[in-house]
Design a protein around this ligand. Structure first.
Ligand SMILES: [Zn+2]
Length: 157
């Protein structure tokens, strides 16, 4: 986003957009869509012009709210990605995965293992499906790397 746009949005941020104002805007958009516009030669479409003006006057703080929400979403995505990296997994010999971050380093009892995805990852919304997809993608990347290395060696084993 350009500096000019950022400056303009900062000016438009007051008052902050409320849920009610967004609902009003949505209603205006729907009213405009549902309205039967005059046929060509039927005169000015004052109904639509009025609604368009109404929407334009109220759009600034909605844009700043959108920008702020997107920035917050990006921040949360980044934080989640860092958490996933921090809570690295290790595959157990007999199946399953443990979280290397949450499992104590001196764990000598299998009951001390914290299985992956650990509660920290569950707390940021990691599902079994996402965990399986990450493991599958990781295995595919390893297989691809091995395939490329084998190709680089002329297929020699
Ligand atoms: Zn963990």
């Amino acid at each position: 986003m350009s500096t000019d746009t950022t400056t303009a949005l900062a000016v438009l941020a007051n008052p902050p957009s409320s849920d009610a104002s967004i609902e009003d805007l949505a209603a205006a958009v729907l009213d405009r869509l549902a309205h039967e516009h005059p046929q060509p030669g039927g005169g000015e479409d004052l109904f639509c012009l009025n609604l368009t003006s109404y929407m334009g006057e109220r759009m600034g703080n909605v844009l700043t709210r959108l920008r702020d929400a997107e920035a917050e979403q990006a921040r949360l995505r980044h934080h989640r990605s860092e958490l996933i990296t921090l809570h690295e997994r290790e595959e157990l010999l007999f199946g399953g995965f443990i979280c290397l971050h949450c499992t104590p380093a001196d764990a000598d009892d299998p009951d001390d293992n914290v299985y992956w995805p650990c509660p920290s990852l569950r707390a940021v919304g990691m599902t079994d499906e996402e965990a399986i997809a990450l493991i599958t993608a990781h295995r595919a990347a390893i297989a691809e790397k091995a395939r490329l290395e084998a190709g680089a060696n002329g297929g020699a084993v």
